[in-house]
Structures are given as structure tokens and as C-alpha cells.
Design a protein around this ligand. Structure first.
Ligand code: MCN
Ligand code: CUM
Length: 781
């Protein structure tokens, strides 16, 4: 067989899944219709903070077509009014005592149709007694702040945690010895993943067998099944979670939301399938928001080298501490904040506070608060360069961790697997034509035009586990792959992760193609059904390739080992005499004596050597030895309008290094998507609140997403530094550009104004803010 036909790693194989998506043949949760299915709608709180005196459901229950009205009281009778969060806190499913954020779930109607259910919501009478709302973490930590979580025993204030990482003493010493200290105070505002498809489920509990099948928008179906079993007390083997096609997740579909729990409880009580489909406003005001991080960073610099980093954080966690993150780390993996730089001492102090806002935490293409960390260090380094009067690119070059320092242990305890930061930076500057551009910027300034060049050289940490240090709700973060090769040489690969648009059906088939020689079109990838796939922790933190991808490579190699035994039998030679060439074994020195992997597969069921088990299949659970550390340099050029404060992106150059690329086209798609999100966050995405805690940003008129119209063009580049511990050298890439790019956009706008003393602009960098800065700098026209 000609090896060129087997398009394994490194080929831009067209996405197999697109054949159904572009024909409208996807199968999303809302496409699922079961006989006798009922519809559930949620009543949400209009107040951010209020005591519930009473809920009268009688008028709603009397509406024809209404089957049941569910309140927190009813849920409490089944011990389901509260549920645990991923950070070990509790969260109300349906409010009983108080509502704690606007949009909180208060009651639910189950009816024969969505329309009846929605109408009935208006007939539920809730007697609220409004309480003062807490809308910032600073306010939350004041001594006389209203206590939000008064139902929690021993909770006397609004503080959730205090957490520290790094070496305080060494850091203090670095600052004492510094010849320059640079500081930056900044806020990473609350934004939202906003996938095209909102959340939803169809819960189907069979009253005869007690089996519960829940079709749900889940990025982590296996973990969700276990949590369902624990929360609802249902036997785990009777729960089946099916996560069908997902119209984007971006972190929004990691948590368990009240809608899933109420729909499942309703199906259990009513003995009929119950569907809950969230609307856009429900999604924007109540589910998995991101960021909302107040950060202060300080750099100690001596002789042009960064010698210390200090950060203090204040996290606004909303009413329930629901961050999805390893339990060891209260501020996620924020302590990767030393970024791409060789900083000998660092210290991180983090505090979290409850406020009267929706819970959420780390979601939105974030890899566990790495987004915030990356933003802070890249903004801080830029600021330092201005203060020191050196070129920001040069300052970065001087302070990068050097290629020969890998594996590199950071001051906060991460072991970076591999990297070549100068190479990525050099390539980006080359593509940009940095030196010429600097001159053009200078000349433009003389003509009164404001050009800015912004750089961000990010490093990420993705691919959680290893299981020893990383877990979700106690579940160790490994992942799995089960590969079955059928007699005719066609294979099915089942995974514990769940694609939401990342193209797993294509890329994981390519890994099998590379390792076992079966072409990708002959490998069907299955995910998302807990009855039908091996246990895994799910898709987030760009962990699918680092963990499940590794599992796929390992199981493919194990099958190849068995195939070798069978091939030796078929070719009547010893295993040592065989050579593997992708897709076939042949006898050393006799290339005409060969057998294909397809022949071997057939023999695995028809013609086996003595003592060899039939079949060609297996499962591998992979606990990664370390995370992977993708990186890159992004450079953005903008022009600022001195008359309006508007800024336009002229160019975006993005050089990414995610190790070996399985499918370069898919990788580039991931990067372009992330650069678009990064632009949205930097320029326009903002969920904010008034003093009463009313959410502003509850629809797409107020919460702005970039469309094709606003989105800039991207010029991409790559370097390849393989991960030394990953079987195929791949690192994750699914979040890199969202993590790395916001700082590049903001740095560019700041750079346009930096010569006049402007050092900081807060995201989203709106024309209002730029206009104010222009006036402050005396540049407004
Ligand atoms: N890939 C590759 N070579 C590499 C790395 C990745 O070919 N060296 C491919 C992968 O095989 C996969 C894709 O790129 O097809 C992304 O892989 P990976 O980096 O492993 O990330 P995950 O598959 O685990 O996806 C998660 C990541 C996260 S956390 C968010 S958030 C996000 C993202 O992916 N949400 C997305 N990208 C998204 N893309 C779409 N379309 N929709 C989402 O909801
Ligand atoms: Cu936290 S966004 Mo992605 O890791 O699912």
C-alpha cells in the first residue's frame, strides 16, 4: 500500500464532521424529540438580592397544559434544593430562602408546550423583599457589607478564600534589591463564552426500569454522570449521559446548571421525558461567565532583567463559588503568571469574594485563569519597557526563558516541558517587518497620526492532569481511548472527551492513521455517550490532544504491537525480522514479502497464531506525566483616530507553537477563532451591572460580539517545538489565541498613546476610553 494515501499527522484533512454540519444534519439537544415529551421553563429572579417571603404557584398550575410547577420547597423535599459546585461550594438549584443574583432560578413550569410553560411563568406570584446588592468584590469585603451567603454555617463575611503561591521572602528580597519597580493595576472584566447553541437537556427517566438518560449540552459527560449520581443519589450504572452534537462550548458547558437538575427531577417525578432549552438571555445572565478579576502586578527589575514578580488578585466569584478548577488551586493556574520570562522569584496572593452576581469562574477559553495571568504579565512587561525606555520586543527577548533552560521550573512550581520563545518572537517580528514599522510609526507621529504596535509573547499551561495534582471535584484528570479494529480493517475509536466544534472526529482519526496505518476515513470517532465510551474527564483546558490524544497514540501502538505478532505469523517469520512502514509490515531485506494492516486485522479474527487472543482492540487510560506548555508571539498594529478615539486594527500577526500539529488547517481554525474572541474581549465584550445588581449585557444588543464585519484579518505563522513527554509531541492549542491575544490588542492601543504618557487602558477598550485618554494626553483633535 502506498503510504502517501494514509493521511496521518501533519495533513490538513478536511473535517469529517462538516459533511453533516453544513448540510444541516447535525443532531443537537434541541433536535431530540421523544414521545410524550414535556417542556420546562425556568422563572428567574428580577432582583440581585432579595428574601423570598412566599411563592404562590396556584394560578400557574391552573393554566391548561401545565403539568407541574416546581419550587425550591419541592426540590428540598427530595434533598435537591442545593447542589455542590465544582469548587466544593454549594449552589441553589431553585431558590428557597433568598435570591442572590439577578436571573437566579426561582421556580420551574413543566407543560405540554414551551409556549404554555412560558405563559405560566408570568402567573407565578413571588413575594420578594429586596435587600441591598453587593456588586463588586471590594464592596463585598467591607466590614458592613450585607452577608450574601447567610445560609452557610460559619460564614460570617463574603470572603471565599485566601490563597498564596510562590516564595514571599525571596520575592521581597528581589524587590528590595531592585533598581526599578514597575507596577500595574488592571481589571479583566466579566465576559461570556456565548456559544451559538445555549445550554439545554432532555431528561428521560424510565419509571419502569429506573434508568435515567439525559441528553445534555455537556463538555464532560462522564464527570457529569458521576456528579449526577452523587447529587441526585441515583445509581451511576443506571444513568446515561448523552452529549450529542454541541454548537460551541468554550467553557460554558463545563458546569452543571440548575436547569439540568430540575428537568431530571421533573422527569423522575412525572415519569415522562422533560426538555429544557435555555434562551439567550438565560444563558447570558445565569451561566458560566468568565474573568471578573481585579489584578495588581509589580515587577522588580535590576540591570534590565526582571528579578521578581508580585501579584495581588481579587476575584469576583458571584453568589456561588463555582469555578471549574483543580481543587488544589483556589485561583486556578493563575500562578503561571511568570509567563515566558525567566523570573527567579514570584509571589501570588489571591482572594475571592461572593457578590450578588451570577456564578461562573474559569470558563471561556481560559485554561483555569491562565488567561488573566497571561494578560497581566504581558501588560506589565509592556509597561516596564516604557518605564525603562527600552523597546518592548527587546525587553522581552532579554528576559525570555532560554531554549537551553528547558525543562524549566518556574518560581511558582510549574515544570515547563519545552519552548523556544526567541524563535517565535523573531518569526513574528520578521513577518511584521518590525523595524520598518517602528520607523513608519515615528514618521506617522510627525504627521499627527497615531499608530500603535502591540506585542504579547504568551505561555500557556494546558492538558490537565497529571492526576496526582489535578482533579475536578476529586476525579483525577486522566483520559482514555478505546480502539476497535474490525475484520475488514475499519476501526472505531471511542474517547472520554467531547468535541464542541474542535474537529475531533478528524484529528483523532489522523492519530490512529499515523500510528496504525488505517486511513482517517476508515476510523470512526465516537464521543459523548457514557454508555458507549470509556471514562474520561472531558474537553476543556485544551486537554483533548494532550491527554486523550496521547491515549489514542498509545492504544494505537499497543494494537500495532499485536499486529506485528500476527503479521509475523502470516509472513512466516519472526517479529524481529519485520519492518513497519505506515500501513504495512514487510520482511527486512525482502520488501515484496509484506502484509497490510487490513490483512492483519482480518487475520486477527480468522487466522491467529497459537496462544494469541482473537480480535484487535484495546483501551488505554492515560495519566499524563506533565502538562504541555504551548506558546507564541502575537503582534497587533492599530491606528487610533484622534478625533473620535476609535481604533482600527491594521494587522495581526500570530505565531503559535503547539508542538507537532496533527491537522494544520484545524489548528489554524482554532487560532483564528481565538484571535477573534481575543479581539472581542479587548474591544467590546462586557457584562456589567448597575448598583442594584441589574445585569447589563443580557442580550446581543448590549453584549457585543464581533461579527465578520469587525473581525480583522490574521497572518499566521508557526514554529514547532515538540512536547518531550507527549507520545506524538503535540501540545494543546484550543485556547491559546484567546489567552494570548487580548494583551496584544490592548498593548497596541496603549502603544499608540504611550509616547504621551498613557500606560493603561481597561478592557474593553472602547472609543470612549480612548477618547478620554487622548484628552488626558493632549492628543485629542
Ligand atoms: N490539534 C492539532 N494539533 C495540535 C493541537 C490540537 O491538530 N498540536 C487539534 C485537535 O486535535 C483538536 C483541536 O485542534 O481537533 C483542538 O485541540 P486541543 O487543543 O486539544 O483542544 P480541545 O480539543 O481539548 O478543545 C478545547 C478547547 C477549549 S478549552 C475551548 S474553551 C474551545 C476550544 O477548544 N472551545 C471551542 N476551541 C473551540 N472550538 C470550537 N469550534 N468550539 C468550541 O466550543
Ligand atoms: Cu475554561 S474554557 Mo475551555 O477550558 O472549555
Amino acid at each position: 500500500m502506498a503510504t502517501t494515501e494514509i493521511r496521518g499527522i501533519g495533513h490538513s484533512v478536511e473535517r469529517k464532521e462538516d459533511a453533516r454540519f453544513i448540510r444541516g444534519k447535525g443532531n443537537y439537544v434541541d433536535d431530540i424529540k421523544l414521545p410524550g415529551m414535556l417542556h420546562l421553563e425556568l422563572l428567574r429572579s428580577p432582583f440581585a438580592h432579595a428574601r423570598i417571603n412566599s411563592i404562590d404557584t396556584s394560578r400557574a398550575a391552573a393554566l391548561p397544559g401545565v403539568i407541574a410547577v416546581v419550587t425550591g420547597e419541592l426540590m428540598a423535599q427530595h434533598n435537591l434544593a442545593w447542589m455542590p459546585t465544582l469548587s466544593g461550594d454549594t449552589q441553589a438549584v431553585l431558590a428557597t430562602d433568598k435570591v442572590r443574583f439577578q436571573g437566579q432560578e426561582v421556580a420551574a413550569v413543566v407543560a405540554e408546550s414551551v409556549y404554555v410553560a412560558k405563559d405560566a411563568l408570568e402567573l407565578i406570584d413571588v413575594d420578594y423583599e429586596p435587600l441591598p446588592a453587593v456588586t463588586t468584590p471590594q464592596q463585598a469585603l467591607e466590614a458592613d457589607a450585607p452577608l450574601i451567603r447567610d445560609e452557610k454555617e460559619g460564614q460570617t463575611d463574603n470572603r471565599i478564600y485566601h490563597w498564596e503561591a510562590g516564595d514571599k521572602e525571596a520575592t521581597d528580597k528581589a524587590f528590595a534589591d531592585a533598581d526599578k519597580v514597575v507596577s500595574l493595576e488592571t481589571f479583566y472584566p466579566r465576559c461570556h463564552p456565548s456559544p451559538l447553541e445555549c445550554c439545554g437537556c432532555v431528561a428521560d427517566v424510565n419509571p419502569a426500569t429506573g434508568e435515567a438518560t439525559v441528553y445534555m449540552t455537556s463538555q464532560a459527560p462522564h464527570a457529569h454522570r458521576t456528579l449526577f449520581a452523587i447529587v441526585a443519589g441515583l445509581p451511576e450504572h443506571k444513568i446515561r449521559i448523552v452529549s450529542p452534537d454541541i454548537g460551541g462550548g468554550f467553557g460554558n458547558k463545563v458546569p452543571i446548571y440548575p436547569g439540568y437538575v430540575v428537568a431530571t427531577a421533573a422527569s423522575l417525578l412525572l415519569g415522562r421525558p422533560v426538555k429544557w432549552i435555555e434562551d439567550r438571555t438565560g444563558n447570558l445572565i445565569s451561566t458560566g461567565y468568565a474573568r471578573d478579576y481585579h489584578m495588581r502586578g509589580e515587577l522588580a527589575v535590576k540591570d534590565g532583567r526582571i528579578t521578581g514578580l508580585r501579584t495581588t488578585l481579587l476575584s469576583d466569584n458571584g453568589a456561588f463559588y463555582a469555578d471549574a478548577q483543580p481543587t488544589k488551586f483556589r485561583a486556578g493556574l493563575f500562578h503561571i503568571v511568570t509567563g515566558s520570562y525567566d523570573i527567579p522569584a514570584a509571589h501570588v496572593v489571591a482572594d475571592g469574594a461572593y457578590t450578588n452576581k451570577a456564578p461562573g469562574g474559569v470558563a471561556y477559553r481560559c485554561s483555569f485563569r491562565v488567561t488573566e495571568a497571561s494578560y497581566l504579565i504581558e501588560r506589565l512587561v509592556q509597561t516596564a519597557a516604557y518605564e525603562l525606555g527600552v523597546d518592548p520586543a527587546e525587553f522581552r527577548m532579554d528576559n525570555f526563558i532560554k531554549p537551553e533552560q528547558f525543562p524549566y521550573e518556574s518560581a511558582t512550581g510549574f515544570l515547563y516541558d519545552s519552548g523556544d520563545y526567541p524563535a517565535a518572537m523573531k518569526l513574528a517580528l520578521e513577518k511584521l517587518g518590525y523595524d520598518d514599522l517602528k520607523r513608519e510609526q515615528e514618521e506617522a507621529r510627525k504627521e499627527g497620526r497615531l499608530i500603535g504596535i502591540g506585542i504579547a509573547s504568551f505561555t500557556e499551561v494546558v492538558g490537565a492532569g497529571h492526576g496526582k495534582d489535578y482533579d475536578i471535584a476529586g476525579l483525577r484528570m486522566f483520559d482514555s481511548a478505546e480502539l476497535r479494529v474490525h475484520p475488514t480493517g475499519k476501526a472505531i475509536l471511542k474517547l472520554g472527551v467531547r468535541s464542541q466544534g474542535q474537529g475531533h472526529e478528524t484529528t483523532f482519526a489522523q492519530i490512529v492513521a499515523e500510528e496504525l496505518g488505517i486511513p482517517p476515513e476508515d476510523v470512526e470517532v465516537r464521543e459523548g455517550d457514557t454508555d458507549n465510551t470509556p471514562y474520561g474527564l472531558g474537553t476543556y483546558a485544551s486537554r483533548s490532544t494532550p491527554v486523550a490524544g496521547a491515549a489514542t497514540a498509545v492504544i494505537s501502538r499497543k494494537l500495532r504491537d499485536k499486529a506485528r505478532t500476527i503479521a509475523a505469523h502470516l509472513l512466516e517469520t519472526s517479529e524481529d525480522d519485520l519492518e513497519w512502514e505506515k500501513g504495512a509490515f514487510h520482511v527486512k531485506g525482502a520488501p515484496d514479502r509484506s502484509t497490510t494492516i487490513q490483512d492483519v486485522a482480518f487475520a486477527a479474527y480468522t487466522n491467529l497464531p497459537d496462544g494469541v487472543e482473537a480480535g484487535l482492540e484495546g483501551v488505554h487510560y492515560y495519566d499524563p506525566p506533565n502538562m504541555t506548555f504551548p506558546f507564541g508571539t502575537y503582534a497587533v498594529v492599530v491606528e487610533v483616530d484622534r478625533g473620535t478615539g476609535e481604533w482600527k486594527v491594521k494587522r495581526v500577526v500570530a505565531v503559535d507553537d503547539c508542538g507537532v500539529r496533527i491537522n494544520p488547517m484545524i489548528v489554524e481554525g482554532q487560532i483564528m477563532g481565538g484571535l477573534t474572541e481575543g479581539f472581542g474581549i479587548a474591544a467590546m465584550e462586557l457584562i456589567t451591572f448597575d448598583e442594584e445588581g441589574n445585569c447589563i449585557g443580557a442580550n446581543f444588543m448590549d453584549y457585543l460580539l464581533p461579527t465578520a464585519w469587525e473581525t480583522p484579518e490574521f497572518e499566521l505563522g508557526e514554529t514547532v517545538t515538540p512536547s518531550p513527554h507527549h507520545p506524538i509531541g503535540a501540545k494543546g492549542v484550543g485556547e491559546s489565541a484567546t489567552v494570548g491575544s487580548p494583551a496584544a490588542y490592548v498593548n497596541a492601543v496603549v502603544d499608540a498613546l504611550a509616547h504621551a504618557g498613557i500606560r493603561n487602558l481597561e478592557m474593553p477598550v472602547t472609543s470612549d476610553k480612548v477618547w478620554a485618554a487622548l484628552q488626558e494626553a493632549g492628543l485629542a483633535e
